[in-house]
Design a protein around this ligand. Structure first.
Ligand code: GLC
Length: 445
């Protein structure tokens, strides 16, 4: 049996990528980006959005529908130009709620039920008789043939609603709106959440050219200056969560085995909030089994698939500064509260390793994109990031910045990472405004 310290050292090896390893990952990512752009077989889908930069002068009132997989958020947003906006109304509703007995994300739910639910949420923010132009953020991989056409290629983030894959999501929403007599709500654009997050930043910052989500899912887009088959620059949704050239450890392999799409979404499974809690559970279960945590007594929650989330990673990671968090955390999981110093160390260290790896891998993908669009880093670049990990995980944002510095060296000063809170919703309104400039301003509230 190994000692706690040996085990922690092994974990460190399992979860840590050195600068040299990350530099290798940058090259592999860049290679897959180029192959994907050219339409060759690649782990990176490189999906064109058909949208280009906003000029900051878009104005009007627009409805935004933000469908990310955990919640649906509807917003009424007033864009006033020069990068300014006001959120007039907003509502957040979970897509699954056990106490209310619904789950629109499971295989047993149909497309009509899911999109009906979305239409119902929109109805609550609108008034009959008024026309609303709607920007829809749909945070899943879609093949687009225009700014308002999007065929869902496959679900990610463990969502499985029936009858959506292979269908045009815009048609499904149209149908649900029509069924409810809501023809005053007119969907005009559909965008990935990374594109929306980038649009929201680009509305006020002309250097914003990379958009990323570090939340339930993980993905990044960027402004491609020379997209094949396009005459103008357009945002490309990389679907970077599917990048598959990083070797994982035994915990990654276990998680992958019983995920809904084994073998797919490898980077996302290492980075995203939907998965890092489960990775933590698998690690802790292993340590308990070796007798190196909780005296070898395994609490029920560690035996329960999906019992831990990104929130647990955040709480344990922070426990170095606030040790009392650990007892509260155990109490929340209805477990005995006696913990030794070694236990604390294992819990905190495991969470830190998982969170740090996530941030460093995200940074490596940003470094690859920067290398593609500006190999000598002559220009300034703003990376717009939205999502709970970036916003709430202690040290996550700093680790991204430090890793970028490690990877690009002295030119790191050219790069700025910003949190674009609510970017998925605001960007949807901006997307709608870029295609129908000013038509939204007919609406008054
Ligand atoms: C998943 C989706 C992707 C989305 C990301 C963040 O990776 O496939 O489209 O951007 O989650 O929500």
């Amino acid at each position: 049996m190994s000692t706690t310290q040996q085990y922690l050292d092994q974990l460190h090896t399992d979860f840590t990528f050195s600068t040299a390893q990350l530099t290798g990952i940058v090259e592999l990512f860049l290679h897959d980006m180029k192959e994907g752009l050219q339409g060759q077989a690649s782990s990176l889908a490189m999906l064109p959005s058909f949208l280009t930069k906003p000029d900051g002068q878009e104005t009007g009132i627009f409805l935004a529908l933000d469908f990310g997989g955990t919640n649906v958020r509807v917003m009424l947003i007033k864009l006033t130009g020069q990068g300014n906006y006001t959120i007039l109304k907003r509502q957040d509703v979970p897509l699954s709620n056990q106490s209310k007995n619904y789950d629109f994300t499971s295989r047993t739910s149909t497309a009509a039920e899911l999109f009906g639910f979305l239409a119902d949420q929109l109805a609550q923010l609108t008034q009959p008789g008024k026309t609303y132009l709607l920007g829809h953020t749909f945070s899943f991989p879609c093949r687009q043939t225009g700014t308002n056409q999007a065929i869902l290629l496959h679900w990610t983030k463990e969502i499985n609603t029936s009858g959506v894959v292979g269908h045009n999501v815009v048609d499904l929403l149209h149908q649900a709106l029509a069924d409810r007599g809501l023809s005053n709500i007119q969907p005009v654009t559909i965008t990935n959440d990374t594109v929306s997050a980038l649009l929201a930043a680009a509305y006020q910052d002309r250097y914003a050219d990379i958009g990323s989500i570090c939340g339930t899912g993980h993905n990044t887009c960027y402004l491609e200056p020379k997209p094949p088959r396009f005459s103008h620059p357009t945002y490309i949704n990389i679907e970077s969560g599917n990048f598959d050239k990083i070797s994982g450890n035994k915990y990654d392999a276990l998680l992958d085995q019983y995920s809904s799409r084994p073998g797919a979404g490898k980077l996302e499974k290492m980075c995203a909030g939907r998965y890092i809690g489960e990775l933590l559970r698998l690690v802790l279960l292993d340590v308990v089994t070796q007798g190196l945590l909780f005296n070898g007594n395994c609490p029920v929650f560690l035996q329960t698939v999906g019992a831990l989330s990104g929130w647990d990673v955040a709480v344990l990671q922070d426990a170095a500064a606030r040790p009392e968090q650990i007892s509260l955390w155990l109490a929340k999981h209805s477990s005995p509260t006696a913990v030794s110093l070694d236990d604390r160390e294992v819990l905190q260290h495991s969470a830190c390793l998982i969170a740090t790896r996530s941030a460093r891998l995200a940074a490596a993908s940003y470094a690859a994109i920067l290398k593609h669009i500006d190999p000598t880093l002559n220009s300034l670049h703003t990376i717009s990031i939205d999502g709970s990990l970036y916003e709430k995980l202690p040290g996550y944002a700093d680790t991204i910045s430090q890793t970028l510095q490690e990877l690009v060296g002295v030119k790191a000063g050219q790069i700025k990472c910003v949190l674009t809170k609510d970017g998925s919703g605001i960007g949807a309104a901006i997307a709608a405004a870029t295609t129908k400039k000013n038509r939204g301003s007919q609406i008054t509230t």
